[in-house]
Design a protein around this ligand. Structure first.
Ligand code: NAD
Length: 272
């Protein structure tokens, strides 16, 4: 059911790689809620071509941009305003990549070049996007920026390796930039800390399926899926959350507040 929560709003949505991507669902929901937006992803990700289907379905243009490249980001924010006919009201940062995870390198043996790459792509890219947007004055007053993160920024999940540190940095950038952009332009910046979700990025993590099931059995509501994450992002883009900024918001079915569940207790120890 749609509520017209984003009627008249213009956005930029990063990170829709295929129909499993969290960003894909956000784009579908934003369209349903009356927003117009451009889709963007790294030029290399376009080769798979699935994003064209999403663009067609949502009546959106695609503007390729590597989120680590200031020139390309400047082109993205400039073009997006031209295509959409005005300043931007919401931005989704849905970008994550760790070469160390891809290559299954353990945390204590990280390759530092890969680590730097992961930081640039997955955390510093948020700073770069915000810096470009601010310089161009591309985001409307009261605009909303949401970046996706994971709870490994607060608690240790051994298989999440360098992405844990990278997400901690991402969340910190949201707070730090949120202060400056808030004071100057009333732009809000938040991170949404999402449950494990079956996507290309998610499934690349070692032991993902076991962990997915574990989290599902701990969370009182079960794991939050990509579609409900998209719903939450829509509320954060809407005016209903106009005073929410600089927050890390858990969207995880209650996992982050649960020590253990009876389900998991029963599975490991029976009645005791
Ligand atoms: N899947 C999960 O379990 C989970 C849980 C919590 C948070 N997240 C976060 O959600 C976000 C989206 O991931 P997803 O799970 O939908 O996976 P996904 O693989 O569908 O999306 C990741 C996106 O990042 C893009 N990307 C990579 N390098 C880029 C670059 N240099 N410039 C621009 N874009 C680039 C990819 O092309 C891809 O579209 C990520 O930040 C991820 O860490 C995912």
């Amino acid at each position: 059911m749609a509520y017209n929560l984003l009627k008249g709003k213009r956005g930029i949505i990063t990170g829709a790689l295929d129909h499993n991507s969290i960003a894909w669902k956000v784009a579908e929901k934003a369209h349903e809620e009356g927003a117009t937006f451009v889709l963007t992803n790294a030029p290399i990700a376009m080769r798979m071509g699935e994003i064209n289907d999403l663009a067609e379905k949502t009546g959106s243009q695609i503007i390729p941009a590597d989120a680590t490249n200031i020139e390309e980001l400047t082109h993205l924010f400039t073009q997006a305003q031209e295509v959409l006919g005005g300043k931007i009201d919401f931005v989704l940062h849905s970008i994550g990549m760790s070469v160390n995870i891809r290559k299954k390198i353990p945390y204590t043996e990280l390759n530092y070049d890969y680590f730097m790459k992961g930081i640039d792509v997955s955390a510093m890219s948020l700073h770069k996007m915000l810096a470009v947007a601010k310089k161009l004055d591309a985001i409307n007053e009261g605009g909303s920026v949401v970046a996706l993160t994971y709870m490994a920024a607060q608690r240790t999940f051994p298989f999440y390796t360098d992405m844990a540190d990278i997400k901690a940095m991402l969340e910190s950038i949201a707070r730090s930039f949120g202060y400056h952009y808030g004071v100057e332009k009333k732009v809000r910046i938040n991170t949404v800390s999402q449950s494990p979700t079956r996507t290309t990025a998610g499934s690349g993590i070692k032991g993902f399926d076991n962990f997915y099931d574990f989290a599902d059995k701990i969370a009182p509501l079960g794991n939050a899926d990509a579609e409900s994450c998209a719903d939450y992002c829509i509320t954060l883009f809407s005016d209903l959350t106009r005073m929410v900024t600089m927050q890390n918001l858990f969207h995880d079915g209650g996992y982050s507040s649960t020590g253990v569940s009876m389900d998991v207790m029963d599975k490991i120890g029976g009645e005791g």
